[in-house]
Design a protein around this ligand. Structure first.
Ligand SMILES: [Zn+2]
Ligand SMILES: [Zn+2]
Ligand SMILES: [Zn+2]
Length: 182
């Protein structure tokens, strides 16, 4: 639990109204501190990629990121985006959301955690549910059959509170606007 970690202080930060400028600032500061402590080098393109991921609590595909980077003059070759995203993932600053083949910024940079992702299928908002209890339950169930879990990714698809209000057809041909981001 980090006092200035948005993911810790407000676990539903992706779905609920909050001071997003502060949330982004806190997460960037945590990321920079982590890199300064001996992580990798935060190059301009890596920093910008993290900022793009932090703009909304949403999963973004590598091509969405590449489009943004290219528009800002960072180069338009796919490896530019892939390498930056892979770096952020390796450093624990971003997560890969396999179900969407996309990436999202980590809400708990620098903390040991086994995230359980809550992914909105309508607006692609992603929250990291407090993963400890989910991970513990899995470990116990696995142990019962003699299996040792080394790595587990939990991705739950569904509807965020805002999209659930719009009804089960929230993603019917239309991407709902992002909610909860001031
Ligand atoms: Zn935020
Ligand atoms: Zn995380
Ligand atoms: Zn949603």
């Amino acid at each position: 639990m980090h006092a200035n970690c948005p993911g810790c202080t407000q676990p539903d930060v992706a779905f609920a109204p909050h001071d997003h400028a502060r949330c982004t600032g806190d997460l960037m500061a945590l990321a920079e501190a982590r890199m300064a402590e001996g992580g990798g080098r935060m190059t301009p393109v890596r920093r910008r990629t993290l900022q793009i991921l932090l703009e909304a609590h949403r999963a973004l595909g590598a091509y969405d990121v590449l489009e943004r980077l290219a528009a800002e003059g960072y180069g338009n070759q796919p490896p530019v985006a892939y390498r930056a995203l892979e770096f952020l993932e390796e450093q624990g600053l971003a997560h890969r959301i396999r179900r969407l083949n996309a990436f999202t910024a980590c809400m708990h940079p620098g903390e040991v955690h086994a995230p359980a992702f809550l992914i909105c299928r309508a607006c692609h908002a992603v929250a990291e549910a407090p993963g400890r209890s989910v991970g513990d339950a899995l470990a116990v169930a696995a142990l019962a059959v003699g299996f040792t879990v080394e790595r587990a990714t939990v991705e739950a698809m569904g509807l965020c509170p805002g999209c659930a209000l719009a009804g089960p057809d929230a993603d019917g041909g239309r991407i709902a606007p992002l909610r909860g981001v001031a």
